[in-house]
Write a protein that binds this ligand. Structure first.
Ligand code: CU
Length: 501
């Protein structure tokens, strides 16, 4: 066996797998299938096997040894694997061992294309582990499953007829300059102009991200490098031309599902891009409100990406601006956008937060951690303290401030200590009359809400999630520093001292 292993090692190290003679699909692999079966549990977050297997984020792997690349029915393969299929790639055991060492490196070498990219973010360094997994997969050569070819319509185009004269092409085009949260981009609160085409660009950045003051770090997934992603502001009836770019330095597939979009998974089905690609959609903002947007690459990858930071907000203002229950205009002097995110950082055996070196490496651990439904961090604007102290939001007495609060996944209950929500659109729907004089409002997970408050007193206000454990112990809190003169009529101290008789 030792000499056989040597030759397998040589195959793996040399990397010139294309010249390796094909290995029979049923050849004995120098791996341990039982150990491989145990190791495969880590792959099962994305891949199913067995008679009831269905495609998930990855394709069904029954019979993968000996199968032509990119041929399992109903699965939406990467462009790279579709190209490899055209070149005639057939998965032998040796090639899968190579593939597991680095799927994107594999397709680059195979296709001679340095920009090619696989959707699979996992790399397995340990050769014996790869041999064991492939030995296990070889035992599934004759297992059959019924492919589910329905419900996987990821067709990438909804093209208008070529000769269609689109009147929207004649509308004024305006580029929306995005800014980092908690600020909103410059915008008009109301407009008398007709609908425009608002041009927006988002670039996905996979990057290291520190979550707290202890230096707990994750490989975050972000739009434009911030958590939460930048806010967009448009008016009802506008068209949004949105481009999503996925640079080739990234490792994972991404897309965007905006709750303001009608059809095609909120745009996710039209914007799914592997690294080195980009996609553009144009949608009409037909409903006003504060809407969540987030990444939604299918299956377990959707909560995985959302809990790695890929959530943002698009504000669709009524053309006449915000109004009270009688239709009177409500304007604001400032606007802030608080994105609340929760994270599920995996811990090691000693209970310490684990660190990872590339995006996707934490997939299996993170999924296990998510299953607890118990976050490790619940924070405003991406990290503990992002909106406190010198990072506090600012206002002046007499100013009316719009607070938009977004949570992509989990319910929350914003509260301004010592203040109120004068007008609150809890669900974010500006077409509904606002609630008035609310102490604590509810923002359901998967949504964003809005509140207006006119500050009447100066000082430091705490704006928090009024689950006080989540605010104090997990980080879901921020500050508003307000300048101005004190109003003693509203509040004054009349005695503070020892107990009186
Ligand atoms: Cu993503």
């Amino acid at each position: 066996m030792a000499t056989v292993k040597m030759s397998w090692s040589a195959v793996a190290l040399v990397g010139l797998f294309i010249s390796v003679a094909p290995v029979s699909a049923f050849a004995e692999v120098p791996g341990n299938p039982d150990r491989g079966k145990a190791l495969f549990k880590q792959c099962s977050a994305c891949h199913q096997v067995g008679e009831t297997a269905q495609n998930a984020f990855g394709p069904v792997l029954n019979g993968v040894v000996g199968r032509k690349a990119a041929t399992y029915p109903g699965y939406n393969y990467s462009f790279a694997l579709q190209d490899a299929n055209k070149k005639g790639l057939v998965w032998t055991d040796a090639l899968i061992v190579q593939w597991l060492h680095g799927p994107s490196d594999f397709v680059r070498l195979y296709l001679g294309n340095t920009k090619a990219h696989s959707k699979m973010p996992i790399m397995v360094e340990d050769l014996q582990a790869r041999l064991d997994v492939v030995a296990y997969l070889s035992t599934l050569a004759h297992v059959t499953s019924n492919p589910d070819t329905a419900g996987h319509d990821m067709s990438l185009m909804v093209a208008a007829p070529k000769d269609m004269n689109d009147p929207v092409d004649k509308l004024e085009r305006v580029k929306l300059e995005l800014v980092a949260p908690p600020l909103l981009p410059q915008h008009e609160q109301a407009t008398t102009a007709g609908p425009k085409v608002v041009v927006v660009e988002l670039t996905v950045q996979e990057k290291k991200w520190v979550l707290d003051n202890d230096g707990t770090e994750i490989m975050a997934l972000t739009y434009n490098g911030s958590i939460p992603a930048p806010a967009m502001v448009v008016h009802e009836g506008d068209y949004v031309e949105l481009t999503l770019k996925n640079p080739s330095t990234n490792l994972m597939e991404h897309n965007i599902d905006l709750h303001a979009v009608t059809g095609k998974l909120g745009g996710a089905a039209l914007t799914t891009v592997t690294p080195g690609n980009q996609a553009t959609i144009r949608f009409k903002a037909i409903k006003s409100g504060t809407f969540l947007y987030h990444c939604a690459p299918e299956g377990i990858m959707t909560p995985y990406h959302v809990t790695h930071g890929m959530t943002g907000v698009i504000v669709v203002l009524p053309r006449q601006g915000l109004t009270d229950e009688k239709g009177n205009p409500l304007t604001y002097d400032r606007a802030y956008y608080v994105g609340e995110n929760e994270f599920y950082v995996p811990r090691d055996a000693a209970g310490k937060f684990k660190r990872y070196t590339f995006s996707g490496e934490d997939l299996n651990d993170w999924v296990n951690s998510m299953h607890s439904l118990t976050p490790s961090h619940i924070v405003f604007n991406g990290r503990v303290g992002a909106l406190t102290g010198s990072n506090a939001m600012k206002a002046k007495v007499g100013e009316r401030v719009l607070f938009i609060h977004m949570q992509g996944n989990r319910d929350t209950r914003p509260h301004l200590i010592g203040g109120h929500g004068d007008y609150v659109w809890e669900t974010g729907t500006f077409a509904s009359p606002p609630l008035k004089d609310v102490q604590t409002w509810f923002v359901r997970g998967g949504a964003a809400g809005a509140a207006l408050y006119t500050f009447k007193q100066p000082g430091l206000y705490v704006y928090l999630n009024h689950n006080l454990i989540e605010a104090v112990e997990f980080g879901a809190a921020g500050h508003v520093m307000v300048e101005g003169d004190w109003n003693f009529d509203l509040l004054k101290s009349t005695y503070h001292g020892p107990l009186k008789e």
